[in-house]
Design a protein around this ligand. Structure first.
Ligand SMILES: [Zn+2]
Length: 204
């Protein structure tokens, strides 16, 4: 069973948002085009409480912090129930079957979509064994979601034209792709996916 997993395609990660990813708004058409191919489409949202420890200026008890990066390094973003946390308007919501809210624990960044929500249960319940992944951002939430999906024993294919990176350091996204590849992820493009689908329809 195949699922499309759309990671954190939210207003705050697109141009004009609180934690803007360059070109982050450009992935909508690719995601909309491929969504119909999948039995299940899941969109995750970064869904932080207002006092989330990843935010600049929030007091964190160091002994409770268990994020993979230090606390306080990001501007406040994707605060629960704010417009910035909504899915980007270019995503056709009618194609999304399930929305999973993640990263609600204030003591970790919760980069991975498997963190602080019920994504693993949703996928297990539906018998998903292969996830195709797009979303934001390549070098943080997409990367950590891919690595966790592999740890969950899932086959993973990353849709390269449906992701964009932050690149705090130049090359971060390239290095992230390499790390995903080493973890056993495959790569494709929305065009390849659509061509495959047209070919299998023609055979029928
Ligand atoms: Zn976040």
């Amino acid at each position: 069973m195949d699922a499309l997993l759309i990671v954190d395609f939210q207003n705050d990660f697109t141009p004009g948002g609180a934690l803007e990813v360059k070109g982050g708004d450009e992935i909508g058409p690719a995601l909309n085009a491929i969504a119909d191919r999948f039995d299940l489409v899941v969109a995750t949202r970064d869904w932080h409480p207002p006092d989330h420890g990843s935010f600049v200026g929030v007091e964190v008890e160091p002994e409770r912090w268990h994020g993979i990066d230090p606390p306080g390094i990001w501007p406040p973003h994707c605060v629960q129930n704010t417009p910035g946390a909504e899915l980007h308007s270019s995503l056709d919501r009618s194609k999304v079957d399930v929305v999973v809210d993640k990263a609600q624990d204030p003591h970790t960044q919760g980069y991975s979509s498997f963190h602080g929500g019920n994504l693993a249960e949703v996928l297990r319940e539906r018998g998903v064994d292969h996830v195709w992944i797009g979303g934001l951002a390549t070098d943080y939430c997409v990367k950590n979601t891919v690595l966790d999906a592999r740890r969950e024993g899932l086959e993973v294919t990353v849709v390269k034209d449906a992701i964009r990176g932050i690149d705090v350091e130049p090359g971060d996204s390239e290095r992230a792709l390499e790390e995903m590849r080493r973890a056993g992820a495959d790569f494709t493009t929305s065009e390849e996916l659509l061509a495959e689908r047209a070919a299998s329809a023609a055979r029928r």
